[in-house]
Design a protein around this ligand. Structure first.
Ligand code: APR
Length: 255
């Protein structure tokens, strides 16, 4: 059923273990384009060029990846949390959020005030990088200094190995610990709210299904239809920032 924010506020108020699951749609109001809306990232770049195999397989594959990174990462670095991120942090502060499972790599949930232990990142985090040979950890900002200095394919200063952002590329293994924890928390949730995801990328898109199967009330807040809409108990077509801000405001009125 198509519903609205006051109904969702009521569900958050009464939930024992509310979990939120976010996608790129929660960050578009911070100026970060999503992937599959018109004009999104995969409208402008071919996802088949940015696979894990291409990155690991050749210098040219890595050069292409870092070329894309030079376009996309500065937008992430400049972005600030929007009303949706702020609302989720407020729900946490009021004890109304068990955790946030996110497909996003932009660190904006943490920047909005969600404690890192409350954010389960299924696709990693773009602000960090690591050498695949010796494990040396770098910040993404350090790597971009090397890129801006003309190093088209940064190598590890310590050992010369391949430096890779701490994000999960297509074809790369998902982080086992985060996936297991996300499934566990989804199965424990009595309210599971998807915000800003097309729910077309697996295995992440299985997480809301686990929650629903385990008995959670499933809510989807998204501008466009998703494949899970028919199985949702409530669908809200709206801007993530507006809807989630109204949910918190709605809870104020009733507390
Ligand atoms: N408010 C609500 N919904 C929004 C907003 C907004 N302000 N902006 C965009 N949306 C919706 C879009 O309609 C779309 O359905 O958010 C959804 C974003 O979907 P995608 O772009 O597919 O992003 P996501 O679901 O996070 O993609 C999953 O795919 O490419 C990979 O690793 C990448 O984590 C990403 C994964």
């Amino acid at each position: 059923m198509i519903g609205d924010a006051p109904r969702l506020a009521e569900l958050f108020r009464g939930a024992r273990t509310p979990v939120v699951f976010t996608g790129a749609g929660v960050s578009t109001e911070s100026g970060i384009p999503d992937f599959r809306s018109p004009g999104g990232i995969w409208d402008r770049f071919d996802p088949n060029e940015f696979t894990y195999a291409n990155f690991i397989g050749s210098l040219e594959g890595r050069r292409k990846y870092w070329e894309l990174g030079r376009v996309t990462y500065p937008v992430i670095r400049a972005a600030r949390p929007n009303a949706a991120h702020v609302a989720l942090a407020e729900l946490h502060r009021r004890g109304r959020l068990d955790c946030c499972i996110t497909q996003n790599i932009d660190n904006l949930h943490q920047a909005a005030g969600l404690p890192p232990e409350k954010v389960i990142e299924l696709h990693g985090n773009a602000t960090r990088a690591r050498c695949l040979a010796c494990g040396a950890a770098y910040t993404r900002d350090e790597v971009h200094v090397w890129l801006e200095a003309g190093d088209g394919v940064p190598a590890c200063p310590a050992c010369g190995g391949i430096v890779k952002p701490a994000t999960v590329l297509f074809g790369e293994a998902m982080p086992a610990r985060e996936m297991a924890e996300a499934e566990r928390r989804a199965r424990q949730a009595d309210l599971f709210v998807v915000v800003g995801s097309s729910l077309v990328v697996y295995p992440a898109a299985y997480i809301p299904v686990h929650a629903k199967h385990a008995g959670a009330t499933l809510v989807i807040v998204n501008l466009a239809p998703t494949p899970l809409d028919e199985r949702a108990d409530l669908v809200i077509r709206g801007q993530a920032g507006h809807v989630m801000g109204a949910v918190v405001a709605g809870m104020e009125r009733c507390s």
